[in-house]
Design a protein around this ligand. Structure first.
Ligand code: P6P
Length: 340
């Protein structure tokens, strides 16, 4: 007899978990539902990306006479449209846009939340069929509802996030998010067009055997990072070393693998990116929120990522995230080998 199992869809889960928030009126639930809708639309487009010779490359005019959009612009527009449709979000900060996008029409103008996103991180990997992702972060607005949102609504430390997560468009498409009460992962079942709970209560192992870093930048790494890399490469069976070096070059892919298997992802300052390459608002803060909710750590090398006070929309920070004990060991190496 075939085993029976219950399918919990993303929408059912969101409604079930609304009970965790006694004063919730469903606004955040609606917003998260619309994130799921946008993710399905983007997923559908990305899955056809390999057919550019038939569908046309970005910048072409396709057979329907439409402009073929770059996929990151496509993703950006569809998340903006879906969030506008939720009426729960009043403004968006996107990696794709220099300034914030304000919703000044109808109900959206009074939306309770603001949204930060990298709509398609790692998009340069699409041409070589490497998994890419969407990363998002949700805050309560600080400005009065009814007045236009402004930059101050986005200058909040990551600790203030009410929800954060990512979508990974990979061998399967998953949505992983947290509202501050643990991390849950949903896998898209294309046959029913629903995200289904597949990874309940995700916890990252405190210790792993994977380190992720672009070793090509070794010459410019801080001494503590170089010493930690040597630590990872020592032969010591008792501590499961040498670790494996795994680096995809797509943040969501590297972080998702390490979240499940255990590991550390590092993007230190480099000569080309003296403050680090990754963005605080819509890459590091949401990933740090997920990592900490799953029992891991996230640091800029001297302080907790979630405690940093943002200074600008697109600021970059050094980023060390992953298994608790591995990040701790890295931070000890940074302390033992301070930069001159
Ligand atoms: P590098 C992709 O361009 C990205 O923003 C992240 O997804 C990824 O982790 C990082 O940059 C890779 O950067 O310098 O190693 O190619």
């Amino acid at each position: 007899m075939q085993a029976s199992y219950t399918i919990t869809t993303l929408n059912e889960f969101i409604i079930q978990r609304q009970a965790d928030f006694p004063y919730a009126k469903g606004e955040l639930s609606r917003l998260l539902h619309h994130v799921g809708v946008a993710a399905k639309i983007v997923n559908k487009k990305i899955n056809k990306a390999g057919l550019v010779d038939i569908l046309g490359r970005a910048g072409d005019i396709n057979v329907q006479g439409e402009d073929v959009q770059k996929l990151d612009l496509f993703a950006n527009q569809h998340f903006i449209d879906a969030l506008r449709g939720s009426s729960e979000c009043c403004a968006i900060a996107s990696e794709e846009d220099q300034e914030i996008t304000l919703f000044e029409d109808g109900l959206s103008r009074d939306g309770k939340y603001v949204f930060c996103m990298d709509p398609l991180d790692g998009s340069s990997n699409i041409d070589v069929n490497v998994s890419v992702g969407t990363i998002f972060s949700i805050y309560r607005r600080l400005s009065d509802r009814g007045a236009p949102a402004d930059l101050s609504d986005f200058m909040q430390p990551g600790l203030a996030q009410v929800a954060a997560g990512y979508i990974i468009y990979g061998s399967s498409t998953m949505l992983v998010y947290s509202t501050g009460k643990g991390v849950n992962g949903f896998t898209l079942d294309p046959s029913i067009g629903e995200f289904c709970l597949s990874h309940p209560n995700m916890q990252t192992p405190p210790q792993g055997a994977i380190y992720s870093i672009n070793e090509g930048n070794y010459a410019h790494f801080p001494q503590g990072v170089k010493q930690y890399m040597k630590y990872c490469q020592v032969v010591d069976a008792a501590t499961n070393r040498p670790y494996s070096s795994r680096y995809i070059g797509s943040l969501v892919s590297d972080v998702h693998r390490n979240l499940i298997k255990g590991g550390i992802f590092m993007y230190p300052p480099t000569q080309k990116a003296p403050s680090g390459k990754l963005r605080l608002l819509y890459e590091c803060n949401p990933i740090a929120f997920i990592a900490e909710q799953a029992g891991g750590l996230a640091s800029d090398g001297s302080s907790r990522i979630l405690e940093r006070q943002p200074q600008s929309l697109h600021e970059r920070v050094p980023f060390y995230v992953g298994s608790h004990d591995m990040v701790q060991t890295l931070l000890q190496h940074l302390a033992d080998y301070p930069e001159a």
